[in-house]
Design a protein around this ligand. Structure first.
Ligand SMILES: Cc1cc2nc3c(=O)[nH]c(=O)nc-3n(C[C@H](O)[C@H](O)[C@H](O)COP(=O)(O)OP(=O)(O)OC[C@H]3O[C@@H](n4cnc5c(N)ncnc54)[C@H](O)[C@@H]3O)c2cc1C
Length: 420
């Protein structure tokens, strides 16, 4: 079901959109539906006890500075009520019947929908090794996880990060800020392998080493050890690393189990088209739980990013309200570590030809990846102000003079304008 432009508001007023998952994607979908003029009922069901909040601070300010895990709420006080959004927290949805357009909740309730949006996010991969359930071994996804981890990061404690991806490195930086002794064990030969490749990640490695983090690449944890709680880890090569705290950050799995059980097409994520529609009529999906079509990339992609959880809801809401516009954004992601802000545009591994403007860690710098003379991705080190023009340059798909890109005297804004 999608609305059509000819439908009157009184027709949509009789209908119910149910959103499963009250995280960023779910909250933003509810708000976008109202912005797009949806007059009917909007029911937002989430299994966490908290009202929707943003997750990025959980690995940063919450651990490093003791900020409240809900410091960035997704609804202002009273906003859900004033927009007629029915938010129910602590409600787990257990099954979907796409033919009958009904869902079941863990408390036995059944809820009917006219349109359904899945926004169930992702769940952290667990390390299935002996001792993984010992107290002191943590995962980090939710406010509850952050509440459990933050008080563990006390001065002098030995903290082991299993996985040198974004979450692992952000937690490493926060733990160093708390005076912990930090080791990162990464199975790949370089950090953050999937998202950026060694030409970019080597600067993060250098930064962490300068800040006193011990990094072991090509290492694998084969067991955690301890009597009452964690005392250390054993690596596959037999090395023993003492640690009082470990955080496992080895990636996430799309939370697509409800969809799969309901017969909706999934492939490591709920499959959606460029309008966030799934294979089941009247069912949309947004955010981390999806493998969605991005027209700019020209392919389906699974993204775990704040921006995707902002944009996909707009696309889904427009489609539900009968004003479809395809998802076609240049992907964007950022990370903050020790005051360094690194932003990535374009979803590339930076394995091709790179043009540098500036030198990372010495000051603001941008790495442009060129393909056939066009910029297809960029990494911005402490250069957030350049994000917009760099994005425009990528979007232009025009050939660019590499010397102009490399020259800090050439304004990127002017360059972007000249290509528009
Ligand atoms: C620690 C951390 C730091 C991050 N930092 C950054 C960053 O710096 N930059 C960046 O771009 N991105 C970052 N991200 C990623 C970003 O936060 C996520 O991509 C975003 O939260 C995804 O939103 P979502 O709504 O798809 O999923 P979520 O926010 O995870 O929401 C999904 C919700 O659905 C609920 N749910 C699942 N199944 C059910 C069910 N059956 N019934 C009811 N409810 C259900 C879940 O409990 C959850 O509350 C970070 C993520 C984490 C965890």
């Amino acid at each position: 079901m999608s609305g059509s432009p000819s439908e009157t508001s009184s027709e949509t007023a009789q209908r119910t959109v149910v959103i499963v998952g009250a995280g960023q994607g779910g909250a933003r979908t509810a708000q976008a539906l109202r912005r797009q003029g949806w007059q009917g009922r909007v029911l937002l069901l989430g299994q966490e006890p908290e009202a929707p909040y943003e997750r990025p601070p959980l690995s940063k300010e919450v651990l490093a500075e003791g900020a409240d895990p809900e410091c960035v709420p997704l609804f202002k006080p009273g906003q859900a009520e004033s927009q007629g959004i029915e938010l129910e927290t602590g409600v787990a949805v257990t099954a979907l019947d796409t033919a009958a357009k009904r869902l079941s909740c863990a408390d036995g309730r059944e809820v009917a929908w006219d349109a359904l949006v899945l926004a169930t996010g992702a769940r952290p991969r667990r390390l299935s090794v002996p001792g993984a359930d010992l107290p002191g071994v943590h995962l980090l996804r939710t406010a509850a996880d952050a509440r459990a981890l933050a008080p563990e990061l006390t001065e002098g404690r030995r903290v082991l990060l299993v996985g040198g991806g974004f979450i692992g490195l952000e937690v490493a930086a926060s733990a160093r800020r708390r005076g912990c002794r930090v080791t990162v064990v990464e199975a790949a030969p370089h950090l953050i392998g999937r998202a950026m490749g060694p030409k970019i990640s080597r600067f993060l490695r250098q930064l962490h080493i300068e800040k006193g983090v011990h990094i072991r690449l090509s290492g694998q944890v084969s067991a955690f050890e301890g009597e009452e709680r964690l005392e250390g880890a054993v690596l596959a090569d037999g090395t023993r690393l003492p640690a009082e705290v470990a955080v496992v950050g080895i990636g996430c799995l799309a939370e697509d189990s409800l969809a799969r059980a309901a017969g909706i097409d999934c492939d490591d994520g709920v499959l959606t088209d460029a309008f966030c529609a799934t294979s089941a009529p009247g069912v949309w999906a947004v955010g981390d739980c999806t493998r969605h079509e991005n027209r700019w990339l020209g392919r389906r992609v699974r993204l775990e990013s704040w921006e995707n959880a902002e944009l996909a809801p707009q696309v889904a809401a427009r489609a539900i309200c009968g004003k479809p516009e395809p998802y076609a954004a240049v992907p964007w992601f950022w990370t903050d570590q020790y005051g360094l802000n690194l932003q990535l545009l374009g979803l590339t591994a930076f394995e091709g030809e790179l043009v540098w403007r500036g030198t990372p860690l010495e000051g603001p710098a941008v790495a442009f990846e060129l393909e056939h003379g066009m910029v297809r991705g960029a990494a911005l080190f402490d250069s957030g102000r350049e994000r917009r023009p760099v994005k425009q340059i990528i979007e232009s798909r025009s050939r660019v003079d590499p010397e102009a890109l490399a020259d800090p005297g050439v304004s990127l804004r002017d360059l972007a304008k000249s290509l528009a």
